[in-house]
Every structure is written in C-alpha cells, then in structure tokens.
Ligand binder design. Sequence first.
Ligand SMILES: [Fe+2]
Length: 248
Amino acid sequence: MKLLNNLFSGKKLKEPIDLSPLKTDMHSHLIPGIDDGVQTIEESVDLITKLQRHGFKKLIITPHIQADYYKNTHEIIFNGLEEVSKAVRKAGISIQLEAAAEYMIDDGFEEKLKSGKLMTLGDNYVLVELSYYDPHPNFSQLLFELQLEGFKIILAHPERYTYWFNDFKKYEELKDRNIFLQLNTISLSGYYTLPVKKMAEKLIDNNMIDFLGTDMHNQTYMQGLEKSLVEKYLDKILSSGKLLNDSL
Ligand SMILES: [Fe+2]
C-alpha cells in the first residue's frame, strides 16, 4: 500500500497551484446566452468570482464567432460585456474584464477578415480555432492572410486537434510561421481525453506553448480547472518563463 501511495503521490503536486503569476486569462465563454458557455448572469458572476479567487486579475472573455451556430457581432459581445461587468461590480468582485472573440476558421471567416474589423486581444492578437473534425481546406492560406493584415495569431487549444496527432510536424510548421499556441489548462487534467492530455504534455515538453487559457464555459469546466491545479505539467509550464499571458 505504501508503495502504491508513493507511486501516486509522485504524479501530483501536494498543493494546488495559485494562478496569480499568469495575471490574465485570455480565453473564456462567460457572457451569458450568446454561445455554448454560461447561460445565466448568476453563473457568470459565480465563475468569475472563482477565477478571481484562483488568482486572475484580468479576464479577456472570448465568445465564439462562427458562420453557422454563433453569429455574434461586436455589438452583441460588448453589450454582453457591459451586463457582466455591472453584475460583477454589484457583487463587489475586483477584477478587470475585457472582451474579444474566438473566431472559427470557417467559410465565413474570410469575409470577416476582409472587413478589417476583427476583435483583438492585447497588441493586435486574434484568437482563432479550427474545427475538431478537419481543418478548413483554406485554413493555412487564411492564417497567412491574417498575418499579412498585420494581426498576430493565437491558435486556441492545439492539443485538441486529433487529426494532427500522428503528424507532429504540423505543430512545428505553425511555430515556424510565428503562430502563437494557446493550451487549455484543463487539458492537463485529462478533462477531454487521455490522448489530448498526452499531446498537451508533449507541446509543453517541446517549449511550444505561448499562452494558457481556461476556456471556461460552465461549472464542469471549473471542476476540470481545479483538478488541473495539482498537475506537475502545469507547474512546468508556469515556471518556464515563456508564457505571454501577462502581456495582454
Ligand atoms: Fe473556446
């Protein structure tokens, strides 16, 4: 039994990690009712309170913008941000709130790019995601055009794109093209699947991660985040000195 305890204690940290060195979370779905994230203002305030207790000083909320399911506009997002900010202030929570978006690279993205009005984070970063089934056939060209327009690209949760799992070169190509990679912290707890956890760890081992995001959607995600706070790989990435969250 003692041997068994030793084996398990070796895999986890004894104390949960405090996230305050990150300062900023840059990926979440905390504006109620506009995507698959929180659905009520109460849930939003509750999750923001918990994120603040885990150490965050600032949250950049990033609702989905997609051609089919989530046709969010700047106006919808900023109105939602105002509603959340008011409720958070009323609850007496001291945290800075901003909004941007998580753009799906899909059939509608090129038009948004051509409009020249993308919602950005920090110094002209755009947060993008790919489909979990196959990347858009033009995704590579679209990312190139984004960079030509002067945007810096953050690719959300690269560890979740299973179609690249047997082709690690794809990740190296993205890094060679100066695309920033954002890991979902909860991937480290095995929240999605074990292969996703393993890919998250591999990306950390190869020094390829630039940002950490909670991708907070609901209470189940919060439980996943809390489980990940005892993962050794979280400690490894936080102490790497490579993360850019506090520059946003
Ligand atoms: Fe997301």
